[in-house]
Design a protein around this ligand. Structure first.
Ligand SMILES: Nc1ncnc2c1ncn2[C@@H]1O[C@H](COP(=O)(O)OP(=O)(O)OP(=O)(O)O)[C@@H](O)[C@H]1O
Ligand SMILES: [Mg+2]
Length: 301
């Protein structure tokens, strides 16, 4: 296991930063109960396994995986991010070099007797680990085709880690290929980030179809945990798209909406979740709120 300096970041008290408004109205006009600061966990695990999934590219999957993982860890949850995209953006975004990692998720998929713990890297953020990926993973899609039980390999590989974490977040690549099917098979549920932009819902029917197929054929307990609107701007256009997302998904749409801000790419460059990089920034507050909503909805303990 690689290890960075875990004490580089302290743990701030968010109740001070996050002003609590009781019974607020969300951007869709829905009134809801404020999500309280979550209770401390006395025991950890088993993990909820969340696939961050949308075959549309650039909608905020990786950003949401990193920042929800970051906020969960700051709320005392033990979190593992599984980078399941050959681009390795989640790995890099958490400050880990996927090219020098001893083992990656690719090795874990194909080395039958490997101990999965060998692939787990501690980030410099407390309680936040990652299984890195690099470009090697791009070969996996083809290699998996001839493997026995090809849809279930990731699920099998991650099993030993489930008791050790409160949340395992799989950052999927933008496709509905065999890697994504593996993620959906390993997951207890899916969070679908959707950008509040033109074409946001294009291809969503195909994604829902894939989720439904995996549920009916391989993983009966797979749920849609929620739809997270991202890259929201205060424009009529964003509002219209948000409304359309709501018409399609109803109450599966999270109350919390993530705004568009350059601070998020900035945090990626700094290789840190925004909740560490700029804890008082609007988007940090939004990702913390999304995380509290995830806990309040019972998605993560
Ligand atoms: N709320 C936001 N505001 C502004 N920029 C954002 C926001 N969320 C993500 N971005 C930026 O948009 C780009 C795409 O985001 P991200 O990588 O998270 O999407 P993705 O769905 O994982 O993409 P891919 O499908 O390529 O894996 C990145 O440069 C990221 O920094
Ligand atoms: Mg990504």
């Amino acid at each position: 296991m690689g290890e960075c300096d875990r004490h580089a970041f302290s743990e701030p008290t968010f109740e001070v930063i996050d002003t609590v408004v009781y019974m607020p109205t969300d951007l869709l006009g829905r009134t809801y109960q404020t999500f309280p600061a979550p209770a401390h966990l006395k025991e950890h695990g088993p993990a909820s396994v969340i696939a961050m999934c949308n075959q549309k590219g650039g909608v905020g999957k990786t950003t949401s995986a990193i920042n929800i993982a970051g906020a969960l860890s700051q709320y005392g949850r033990r979190v593992l991010v599984v980078d399941f995209d050959p681009q390795g953006a989640a790995t890099a975004g958490l400050g880990i070099n996927g090219n020098t990692a001893q083992k990656t998720i690719y090795d874990a998929l194909f080395q039958t007797h490997m101990d999965i713990h060998e692939a787990v890297v501690h980030t410099r953020f407390p309680h936040l680990d990652v299984i890195p990926a690099n470009i090697d993973l791009s070969a996996a899609e083809i290699q998996l085709v001839t493997e026995m039980g090809r849809e279930r390999i990731l699920s099998t590989v991650l099993q030993p880690l489930v008791p050790e974490y409160d949340a395992i977040i799989i950052d999927c690549q933008p496709s509905l290929g065999l890697l994504t099917v593996n993620a959906l098979t390993a997951a207890s549920g899916v969070i679908i980030p959707v950008a509040t932009e033109f074409f946001a819902l294009r291809g969503v029917a195909l994604l829902m179809d894939s989720i439904e197929k995996v549920r009916s054929r391989i993983n009966a307990s797979l749920q849609v945990y929620g739809v997270l609107p991202t890259m929201y701007t205060r424009t009529i256009h964003s509002e219209e798209v948000l409304q359309r997302i709501y018409e399609k998904f109803g109450d599966q749409v999270f109350h919390t909406v993530i705004s568009r801000s350059i601070k998020l790419p900035d945090a990626s460059v700094a290789a840190a979740p925004i909740t560490f990089f700029a804890p008082e920034h609007k988007c940090a507050k939004e990702y913390r709120e999304a995380t509290r909503e995830i806990i309040a909805r019972g998605i993560v303990a």
